[in-house]
Design a protein around this ligand. Sequence first.
Ligand SMILES: Cc1cc2nc3c(=O)[nH]c(=O)nc-3n(C[C@H](O)[C@H](O)[C@H](O)COP(=O)(O)OP(=O)(O)OC[C@H]3O[C@@H](n4cnc5c(N)ncnc54)[C@H](O)[C@@H]3O)c2cc1C
Length: 859
Amino acid sequence: MLSPEARRELCDLLPRDQVIFEPEALLTYELDAGHQRGSPDALVLPEERTQVQSVARWAARQQIALIPRGSGTGFTAGAVATQGGVVIGFSRMKGVGAIDKEGRLVSAQCGVITAELDRQLRRLGYFYPPDPASMSVSTLGGNIANNAGGPHCFRYGVTSNYVQGLEVVLADGSCLCLGGPVVDPPEYDFVGLLTGSEGTLGMVTRAWLRFRRLPEMVKTMMATYKDVAQAGHAIAGMISSGFLPSTLELMDGTMIELVERYLNVQYAEGAGAMLIIDLEGHRESLEKQMEELEALQKAYCPLDIHISQSEAEREEIWVGRRSVGGAVDRFGPTDARLDVSVPISQLLQALQGMAAIANRHGLRIAFLGHAGDGNLHPDLFFQDSPQDAAERVEKAVDEVMHYCAKLGGSITGEHGVGFEKREYLTALYGPGELDCMQEIKDIFDPSGLLNPGKIFPTIRGETAQPPVAMLAIPPSPFLPADAPEAADGLRLFQDEGIPVYIRGGASKWRGDPDNGVLLSTQALNGVVRLSPDDLYVTALAGTRLDGLMVHLADVGYWIPLATPWPQSTLGGIVAANLNAPLRTLYGSVKDCLLAVQVALPDGRLLRFGRPLLKDVAGYAMSRLFCGSFGTLGLITELSLRIVPLPRRRASLAVNVPDIITGLEWARKLNRMESLSSGLVLYTGRATMGDESMVGMRLVFTVEGHPLDVEAELEMARRELEGSGAMGIVETETTSAASCWERVLAAGEVVVRSAVQPGKFLQMVSSLAPWPEDCPSLLDLRAGSLTLSFQDAEQALGIMDRIGTVAESMGGYVCPVAGRRSLLLNGKVWRYRSDSIDLMRALKIRWDPANILNRGEFIL
Ligand SMILES: Cc1cc2nc3c(=O)[nH]c(=O)nc-3n(C[C@H](O)[C@H](O)[C@H](O)COP(=O)(O)OP(=O)(O)OC[C@H]3O[C@@H](n4cnc5c(N)ncnc54)[C@H](O)[C@@H]3O)c2cc1C
């Protein structure tokens, strides 16, 4: 209950129609799509960010809980006032900012309906890939808070893969810009952390979201099988053949039966499973791809295969998939719609195991799944009354959750934990990991006013003290043989306040530190598990990327990452978050990282995330270690997403007369491409070490199905010729990523800078005259510039010039590699993050003696 004074103050903050106390009006806000009810004390409907800040300051003064809410479509009571408090509804914050086609970036307010943003982009030939089935109702803020997924996530990834920046109001009413319109600012990845944090760390008021070019054509296949086992084999066969459909949806026999009754159709007599597969590509290649896929499916004895011949037929197939919710509600009654995730290779076992659990409790079960990424939505049914079934349903849900966790899966793939699943979080995380998440919560929201009662289990268990084996301080260099030894060593260094410099391949920062201990990950080397069927590899942090790539190539896979330095280790690559142009097709380093094991300076050894394609249980802690340059903890092991090797990769390379013309040509290619893994302009002289690369050249790389590659290169060639380009060369030896690698490897000191892609041309023009004596790489789509220098003095001079220009446009400049002594120069870290206070608070919490990687990074 709000006190009269609190009510009065709240009413003074906002216009009357934005503050609601009437119980009838509040009824709608007592529930989301889950079960748990909760009566809010009031509802506020801010229309702009400053109003959100005023309400937060009021709540902080009055110590009143705030429950952020989008459209209330969440399934876990995440947006419900389970402990009272004020619901802050974002439905009126619906502004969409300018659409930056260069960088494929748009800023939008949190209350924008997901489908509305997608509609606006489609009108321009683009689309927003995260597509929860609720997208016609749900908000971007809710999607971000829950890290929503959808059918297209198998190919395109989940919401977090598309969030580049967030404007956030914290519990004390302050407003921060995390990340933003510029790629990879050197700061802790609080964007990744807040995505999926379910409104418990901050209120998202605006987001900078990436989007993609629409494929030229989409075709849909509906294949039915006698049972899920047969469909499961067909899925495995497809993935191992390197097919990357944009959707791969699975329904079991019970679900098919419900949909058939609901729509009054029959898909195939006796169908025990159905797959709905979308393939995308260029018109010329899609027919052929479908033929290949059909031949492949036939090997698994389908009952029937139907391939859409028109948009209307595609729509007809998808109506069946979209009718699942309606069919279940009509013929249920269902009491539990679950959202679990399992390794793809365990899909069949998981379906059978869950069916057995339902059976044991006298319940029916029907499945819908995003089979490509192991995310399943089982629905539990019963014949008797909800009251009579309640206890059995509860037991079955509990068993299903623990069963999936035991299979290596997660208690939630996309819906979030909220209130209803919070007790199950202990099936995935021990007290150590949960304590660590609580420490984050305490830094962001020390009074616990934001969405209380969500995510964290009420009972966590006791945190065990880290085992102590090492009694004497190890000498430098310290080469721990395993993760426990590394953690133990760190604890001793912390106790003695001895600085520790982490070294992976020593590729970025050369030279020994003047004091302290060098911790080398050299002995933490090797693959722990390679699971092509589940599309991941787990390896120790000191494993070199080049060796691992050879190993992966033997089985037809790769990690879509690049490094200019052969000795680079996985831990070092992740800690530095250094992204090659590949990011536009495959996502950044962060998007490849699925799970980590880390040692904190106090000796805690913790695991965050699971090697799953979809998992939104708890905070995305692993993201914090990506791009934090080893200042928060030592990564000891990590799991990375792998993808089938592209069947063809080829590039067009062409000389350009000057930088501005080159960027104009790049701009044209950028507007037409949909499969490009890089579009860069490099400048450099003989320092490139390859005669064919001397000069100023534009390189455009495409990868995927050979016919798609051919079609896209042909389009690009026409575009370039139309612009007056001459001497266009097609090559399979040079790619945008290899140019990036060469530029980085060319000098002693490497520097990078970035601005919003839409301002990149302006930035480059402002830098005239161009420093032609150093190799440089311009990535128009990322809005980034990388330069190599032979000596530090030259680098510092140009950094100053670039920094002044970039900063005036909201960008930054920062060092990438050089001699360690350069880090001591006070001028190199000029960027000041909006989140610097939070960064420092976290650093002090985990590394109070400031032992880790002193001097690196902006802290
Ligand atoms: C029929 C149906 C189909 C669905 N299909 C899918 C699907 O395919 N994939 C999927 O992922 N989910 C799906 N969902 C679940 C749900 O739609 C998503 O979780 C969605 O992201 C919630 O958005 P919302 O705007 O309704 O958020 P809400 O339900 O209002 O809130 C969800 C969470 O986000 C927090 N929140 C909301 N706005 C903000 C903000 N601005 N800042 C901080 N925190 C905020 C809330 O506190 C709450 O914890 C489905 C739901 C339904 C009913």
